[in-house]
Every structure is written in structure tokens, then in C-alpha cells.
Design a protein around this ligand. Structure first.
Ligand code: SAH
Length: 347
């Protein structure tokens, strides 16, 4: 599981730590103590785990590592207080997370992979390809590091950074379990959104778990022709299959799905496409997030004009589809996903 040659102890659940303690001939309750040191007090070394016997601490030092991120770069937006963090991982890779301030609290956007395989044409994260999955502890550290840095309470999380969360399914699920543990950060699943480009098989699998997280689906097109062009995943899972999986997800979880729709000038932003989108989502428990596309050098796509965006929203609303336009945060620090890492690896 770990990229280093020792046990990645911060990725273990309490039952797994209990099994580990049993192997070491330790009482079961040690597991919870260790978990709390790692996930509540968030210590950086075994020496700080004061209620553990010294010989156990020595054993843990020998056999385990504590994933800990140091901040490589930090950019703070003068406009809205958004903070963008760049971390260097143990193997020299880079990953980013973003802290955003909303009226309803602080939200952190985390990455789930180093790079991405999905190849969406408008996305910076995928341009240099896929490097590797992040471990559960590496996803957690993107939440813990900003919490340590700002000393503030993190109220919600979005899995919308670099990578496709459902392509790193096992580690992401483990992360969801760890981050919501009452002996850890205790983040309610209701305060977590997971964004996917539409890996249909995984959506079914996730639906069957009946978690209370919010599923965001990156749709970005109202028909297969356009979606095929901008999102290669659509060749594998075309829109009809995706919508069927989404309906299944809602039936199972009774949760409203959020559809992401990045408006790209001249590609997916005309009134006919708004009509088509409304027809596609008719009768579904859903919400549409309209996002003016962020300019990415290699993609060459441009944002739709303000008028075009409002007209698109109006049309959806007039067809009974709930649609909002996402506010851009941290524009002055290039806060959109993948852009800081891109700059770091280009150097
Ligand atoms: N792989 C997941 C999550 C990461 S991307 C997914 O595809 O959903 C998070 C969101 O940002 C997705 O909706 C993605 O399509 C969108 N996105 C990526 N590049 C963008 C850009 N240049 N402008 C606007 N949105 C973008």
C-alpha cells in the first residue's frame, strides 16, 4: 500500500490497527490510541504518542511510517482568501489541494491521483498523463496540512482536484472511511462531494454502498457527439449508460446528483444544447453547476460570454432544471485544478 518500504500506518482503519496490534502481542485498545494520535492530534512522530509503552513506540518506528506533507508552495488569493497548496511527495511527485472560504464555512478540494488517465481535452490535470494513485494517507494529508497551517476548522471536502476518484476506488473509499471516523476528523459524509467523469461500473458499485456523500458528475455535453470530442471516457461509457447509472444512484441513495457543466465558447454553450440538456435531465433529482471553463494553454478553449452563460442558465430553469453558475474563487492565484503542479513539473 505504501510507496515507502514500511507500513503506511495512517492509511489503516481501526480494525486493521487492531489486527496489527494483535500481531505485535499488544492489547486491542492500543489501536484506538494510535488512531487518535494520528488522526485527531495529528502528531508527526511516534515519540509524541505518550500513552504508548516505549518498546511499542520503538517497534512502530522500525516498522511504520507516518505520512506527513510539508508545504512546498502556498499561494493566498488577495481577492477572496483562497489558499492553494503544493506538496512534494516522498517520491518527488507533486500534488495540490485548495482551501476555499464560503459563507457556510471552509471547504478543501483534494486530489486523488498524481496526474490523470481520463484525457478530458479542457483539463490541465491530464495533460502530462497519469503517474500513480495517491494512498489514503496522502489524500488525508491534503486535508490535515491546511488544517495545521491555518488552525481553522474544515467544514466540507470536495474530491475535485487532480485525478479521477473512482479510478482510485479502493483508496478513495478507505479515505472516506478514515476521514469520517469519530476517532479522527469526524467529517460527515454529507459534507463530502465526490466528482467523477462518469465511470459507470464504479457508479453502480458506489450506489450499492449507499453512502451519504454527494455525487458530482462531470457531464459537460448534452449529446454523445460533443462529449466524445471533449471527454474520451464517453467512448467507453456513453451518455445513455451514464444517465442510467445516475438514475440508479439516486434510486438507491435518494441523494440529489450534481451535474458539472463547463461552458466552452462555441462547443457546448448554444440554446439548442441547453434544451437537449434539460431533456436529458428531465424528471431526475438533480442540480446543474454551470462553470465558465478555465483557460488552459494546451486546450485553447475559451469561456462563453456572460450573456451566453446567463441565457443557458435561464433556459434550464425555465424547463424546471435547477441550475447555478459557479463563482470563480482564487482566480488571481491560478487556483483551478492541476495548474500549479503543471507549472512545478514544467520547471
Ligand atoms: N476526475 C473528476 C474530478 C476532477 S476534475 C471529474 O472529472 O469529475 C473536477 C471538475 O473540474 C470536473 O468537473 C472537471 O471536468 C472540471 N474541469 C477540469 N478542467 C476544467 C477547466 N479547464 N475549466 C472548468 N472546469 C474544469
Amino acid at each position: 500500500m505504501s510507496i515507502i518500504n514500511t507500513y503506511d500506518i495512517k492509511s489503516l482503519t481501526i480494525p486493521e490497527l487492531e489486527a496489527f496490534m494483535q500481531q505485535l502481542g499488544q492489547p486491542k485498545f492500543r489501536a484506538k490510541q494510535i488512531f487518535q494520535w494520528l488522526h485527531q492530534k495529528r502528531v508527526l512522530s511516534f515519540d509524541e504518542m505518550k500513552n504508548l509503552p516505549a518498546p511499542l513506540r520503538e517497534q512502530l518506528k522500525q516498522q511504520c511510517s507516518i505520512t506527513h506533507f510539508t508545504i512546498e508552495r502556498k499561494l493566498v488569493s488577495a481577492e477572496d482568501g483562497t489558499i492553494k497548496y503544493l506538496y512534494r511527495l516522498a517520491d518527488g511527485e507533486y500534488v495540490e489541494s485548495v482551501l476555499m472560504r464560503y459563507e457556510h464555512g471552509i471547504s478543501v478540494c483534494v486530489s486523488t491521483q498524481v496526474g490523470c488517465k481520463m484525457g478530458c481535452s479542457f483539463c490541465a490535470s491530464t495533460k502530462a498523463g497519469f503517474v500513480r494513485h495517491l494512498t489514503p494517507s496522502e489524500i488525508l494529508e491534503q486535508v490535515y496540512a491546511p488544517a495545521r497551517d491555518t488552525g481553522e476548522r474544515i467544514d466540507s471536502l470536495v474530491l475535485m482536484g487532480i485525478g479521477e476518484p473512482l479510478d482510485n476506488y479502493d483508496n478513495v473509499l478507505r479515505f472516506l472511511e478514515l476521514v469520517s471516523s469519530p476517532d479522527g476528523l469526524c467529517m460527515s459524509h454529507r459534507h463530502i462531494s465526490l466528482s467523477t467523469c462518469g465511470l459507470v461500473d464504479r457508479i453502480y458499485q458506489l450506489a450499492d454502498l449507499n453512502l451519504q456523500i454527494t455525487l458530482s458528475v462531470s457531464l459537460h455535453a448534452s449529446n454523445n457527439q460533443v462529449r466524445d470530442e471533449i471527454m474520451p471516457v464517453n467512448h467507453r461509457y456513453p451518455i445513455e449508460q451514464l444517465m442510467k447509472a445516475c438514475q440508479y444512484y439516486t434510486d438507491k441513495t435518494h441523494r440529489r446528483i450534481s451535474y458539472e457543466y463547463s461552458l466552452i465558447r462555441g462547443v457546448n454553450d448554444n440554446p439548442r444544447q441547453a434544451e437537449e440538456l434539460a431533456a436529458l435531465l428531465k424528471g431526475m433529482l438533480c442540480h446543474v453547476n454551470l462553470i465558465p471553463v478555465n483557460y488552459v494553454e494546451e486546450a485553447g478553449f475559451h469561456q462563453s460570454g456572460r450573456q451566453q452563460i446567463y441565457a443557458f442558465q435561464k433556459l434550464l430553469q425555465s424547463r424546471g432544471i435547477n441550475a447555478t453558475i459557479r463563482r470563480t474563487l482564487g482566480a488571481d492565484i491560478n487556483a483551478a485544478c492541476g495548474q500549479l503542479r503543471r507549472t512545478a513539473i514544467k520547471k
